[in-house]
Design a protein around this ligand. Structure first.
Ligand SMILES: [Zn+2]
Length: 248
């Protein structure tokens, strides 16, 4: 290198020049140093971006995992219109409704409709006052996204309102939905029923069931607890459900 005149050498190769001095000399090194700075800054910026994205993803992940609205419970099996089994083996009985039993009309339709609505496989459970029934099953309002399946089954005419104290959270909503299904004669409400002159129920049982006057269960109701409905519609609109024995 000794035969090359020093002034022709790029300043970086010239001896005795510090970085500060280089800043004030030829254009070439000045650009080089800015580019280097920019590269460093770009590195810092992109690192900051990655951190921000990771942070946002972490927040989204935590919300999905822990927020009740997103915390889905997996369904393993649909037993019938109002009973399911969860992945952890827990049996869930839909509260506030009753769907047809195995030998009743619309049993298959109710079971099928329940299966259809549970297709996604993930649900959210909402409880009322009693968490379990006497069989140890969970008593729950079953949600799929914004759909309350208990109400949807009533709406389709595949479930009747079945209330018992103190679990009356959706009483009015269920009665209103059932009234509409009855007016449209959907599902079970299309089945003709022989009318009685009046119907009876107990005001003390807490189970909201009404009977034909001649039903054995009706005869057991104490006189002071006996209440009377003039029509079937009146009983149903009051949130009373038909007795399973006398089927009024
Ligand atoms: Zn009865």
């Amino acid at each position: 290198m000794s035969h090359i005149p020093q002034e022709r050498l790029p300043c970086l190769f010239r001896p005795g020049h510090s970085q500060n001095e280089l800043k004030h000399e030829g254009q070439q090194p000045k650009f080089k140093s800015i580019n280097e700075k920019l590269d460093v800054r770009r590195g810092r910026v992109s690192r900051r971006w990655i951190l921000a994205v990771v942070f946002v993803l972490a927040v989204v992940f935590l919300v999905l995992v822990f927020h009740p609205a997103f915390r889905g419970i997996r369904v393993m099996e649909v037993t019938d219109g109002d009973t399911i089994v969860l992945k952890d083996g827990e049996e869930v009985r839909y509260i506030g409704i009753d769907t047809p039993e195995r030998d009743d009309p619309f049993f298959r339709e109710a079971t099928q409709a329940n299966k259809e609505m549970l297709k996604g496989g993930r649900i959210r459970l909402e409880y009322d006052r009693d968490r379990r029934d006497r069989y140890g099953r969970l008593l729950a309002y079953v949600w799929v996204d914004t759909l309350l399946l208990n109400a949807e089954l009533i709406k389709k005419g595949l479930a009747s309102v079945y209330l018992f104290s103190p679990n009356l959270k959706y009483r009015d909503r269920f009665i209103a939905v059932q009234r509409e299904a009855r007016q449209k004669e959907k599902g079970i409400w299309s089945i003709p029923v022989e009318a009685e002159a009046y119907y009876v129920a107990s005001r003390r049982s807490g189970r909201f069931v009404f009977h034909r006057p001649e039903c054995g269960s009706a005869k057991k109701i104490k006189r002071e607890n006996l209440m009377r409905f003039e029509t079937r519609d009146e009983a149903l609109d009051s949130g009373y459900s038909p007795c399973r024995n006398c089927k009024p």
